[in-house]
Design a protein around this ligand. Structure first.
Ligand code: KIV
Length: 284
């Protein structure tokens, strides 16, 4: 069996080996992504949009993350498990941030937490790390600030914005995050950040030069249908495969072709005869 991946192990992978991270919110997905060899499983707040049908991640609660994290942790053996800190679980105070990070570790069974923001939340990152919990940072197009950005828009395209993201990244690195997600920023900025910090960067929509990549499981496999974001590559059309399977099932039942002989259990002749003799199965 593969050795359990820890936060220090991920930190040490920079400049040695590309890091792979993918989202999972349930047991079967966890088993699939682990057997495919992924390094980090993220129980992301994207669960709100992907699994729960919300328009943004803002509706997701700590209870939601803990619920899905529990399912993932029961079925994970070696990947590093990171739980997202949802909107308003850390923004209001350092105390709430530490308490909620603790819940995600203690109740959800995660190994580490991830939270969005830089300079504005350094005090919370520091306190969570001081409580003994590894933290993954997340800067750039941070979806919990979608209303501030006026939509899901690429960040870091002006000098001012690029400088702030670089500053955020450096501050998080100095504070001790073990890895840093760079989301929705130009490739050149992601390269500068990657070369400026000692922790590994993990990109999503941040180009080719990050130390690792992360994608949402359902986006890269086209579940339920293809995702046309520029930064997503369709690695398989699993949604179509699943739909075909269910269509085949519906057709087979309608046409009396399922269940088949080998899908059913039979009574032995002896038992059948006994039941008939006792008149208990008049209809047979
Ligand atoms: O919630 C999530 O899935 C994420 C990734 C997109 C990085 O934060």
């Amino acid at each position: 069996m593969k050795k359990k991946i820890t936060a220090p192990k991920v930190y040490s992978m920079k400049n040695k080996e590309k890091i792979t991270m993918i989202t999972s919110y349930d047991c079967p997905t966890t088993k699939i992504v682990e057997s495919a060899g992924v390094d980090i499983i993220l129980v992301g707040d994207s669960v709100g949009m992907v699994m729960l049908g919300y328009p943004t991640t803002l509706e997701v609660t700590v209870d939601d993350i803990v619920h899905h994290a529990k399912a993932v942790s029961r079925c994970s053996e070696y990947a590093l498990k990171v739980g997202d800190m949802p909107f308003m679980s850390y923004q209001a105070s350092v105390e709430e941030a530490v308490k909620n990070a603790g819940r995600i570790i203690q109740q959800g069974g995660m190994d580490a937490v991830k939270l969005e923001g830089g300079e504005n939340h350094i005090d919370k990152v520091k306190a969570i790390i001081n409580a003994g919990i590894p933290v993954m940072g997340h800067v750039g197009l941070t979806p919990q600030s979608v209303n501030l950005f006026g939509g899901f828009k690429i960040q870091g395209k002006t000098v001012e914005s690029a400088k702030q993201i670089l500053k955020d990244a450096k501050l998080l690195d100095e504070t001790g995050v073990f890895a840093l997600v760079l989301e929705g920023i130009p490739e050149e900025l992601a390269k500068i950040i990657t070369e400026s910090v000692s922790c590994p960067t993990i990109g999503i929509g941040a180009g080719r030069y990050c130390d690792g990549q992360v994608l949402v499981f359902h986006d890269m496999l086209s579940i339920p249908e293809p995702c046309y974001f520029k930064f997503v590559k369709q690695f398989e059309n699993a949604g179509e495969i699943m739909r075909k399977g269910v269509e085949n099932y519906v057709k087979a039942v309608k046409e009396h072709k399922f269940p088949e002989q080998n899908n059913v259990t039979h009574l032995s002749d002896e038992i059948l005869q006994a039941l008939k003799n006792r008149g208990e199965l008049r209809c047979i």
